[in-house]
Ligand binder design. Structure first.
Ligand code: AHR
Length: 344
């Protein structure tokens, strides 16, 4: 009896230690499944492994929700979700796990464009079709079925052109304009496209001066930190270009902490990207000047692509999603009401 109790205590101890390890270790948030879970699920569902970048921004969280909403067992799917916490190494691990588990399809949102050739070749060898979403991977086209996402370059050009028109409308088209610029994760498609697009317009204006341009990794905390530094260094900032809403929220905090104001009636004009609900509210409140949308709703498009592939249909190699922009000339209250429905 004593021996039996000892064995039981030992087993409980071991399982508690194992449970503890899982919590303490830097394990990415996931719905990790074993190979046998997956083969069981495959009997009645399409099993999809999704490697998401992280949860660094409001955009990202709304984007993840759009997948979770559609990739349900009710809709004939079984989703194995892996949050890479903004680390490419976690994404590589996740994709390799999906291959081991034998999922039917892999959805990959690549944090940066480089470094995917090897793992995607492994997926191809295993016969698992890959769908790239949101950001691109610089690999040969035969390694993925299709890419779905935003035209980041166009977003950047549109932001530059908006600034051109705005400066004209306030009679400052030929004045010197001092710009600071917060960039997203270096090497990500969103950063590359928006930066290149904006720079195309910037080149046309010798009176636009970019005082500083720095990475703030698409997060609010970094946006605040980097903007605080910009404000210490430069007393005459006219415009902030910020490559996502969360960095812009952080920048607003920094601007206010420095005793300045922002938006159309403020000291510093802010042009942001994403168009998440809190950003539209910030625009309505008057702290932003314009926001260029990055469509979060990629989940339903990816589900549609997978259904088609599953039926043996062909799909387009590149699928751009619709996007718009928002500024203070619009009926923002009505737009916010409309957008709220999207997120419910
Ligand atoms: O890749 C899309 C970008 O990534 C969004 O602009 C940003 O908010 C996110 O983190």
């Amino acid at each position: 009896m004593k021996l039996f109790k000892k064995i039981c205590a030992g087993l409980i101890g071991i399982s508690l230690i194992l449970a503890g390890c899982g919590k303490q270790g830097n394990t990415p948030a996931s719905s990790a499944k074993t190979g046998s879970d997956v083969s069981e699920a495959k009997k009645s569902n399409i099993v999809v492994g999704f490697s998401q970048v992280g949860s660094e921004s409001d955009w990202r969280r709304a984007n993840t929700a759009s997948y979770r909403k559609v990739f349900t067992e009710e809709n004939g799917f079984y989703l194995v979700y892996e949050d890479a916490q903004q680390k490419q190494e976690n994404q590589l691990k996740a994709v390799r796990n999906f291959i081991l588990q034998g999922v039917d399809y892999i959805i990959l949102d690549p944090i940066v464009e480089t470094g995917w050739e090897e793992v995607l070749t492994e997926a191809k060898k295993a016969g698992i079709p890959v769908i790239l979403v949101d950001r691109k991977a610089a690999v040969s086209e035969d390694l993925y079925e299709c890419w779905i996402g935003s035209d980041f370059h166009k977003e950047g050009v549109s932001a530059g052109e908006w600034l051109e028109k705005y400066l004209e409308s306030v009679g400052k088209a030929s004045e010197d304009v001092n710009i600071v610029y917060l960039q997203g994760t270096p090497g990500s498609s969103a950063q590359i496209g928006r930066t290149q697009g904006f720079d195309e317009v910037l080149k046309k204006h010798s009176n636009w001066h970019v005082l500083a341009r720095e990475n703030a990794d698409f997060t609010q905390a970094k946006g605040k930190e980097v903007m605080t530094e910009f404000l210490k260094k430069y007393q005459d900032i006219d415009v902030l270009i910020s490559e996502n809403d969360n960095m812009s929220f952080g920048a607003v905090e920094a601007i206010k902490a420095a005793g300045l104001t922002c938006g159309p009636r403020g000291d510093i004009s802010i042009i942001s990207f994403d168009g998440v609900l809190p950003a539209l509210n910030t625009l309505l409140y008057g702290d932003f000047n314009a926001v260029f949308e990055c469509n979060t709703q990629l989940g339903p498009v990816a589900a549609d692509v997978i259904r088609k592939l599953n039926e043996g249909q062909k799909v387009e190699k590149t699928i751009y999603v619709e996007e718009t922009y928002f500024d203070n000339s619009m009926d923002l209250a009505a737009i916010i009401q409309e957008r709220k429905k999207l997120y419910n």
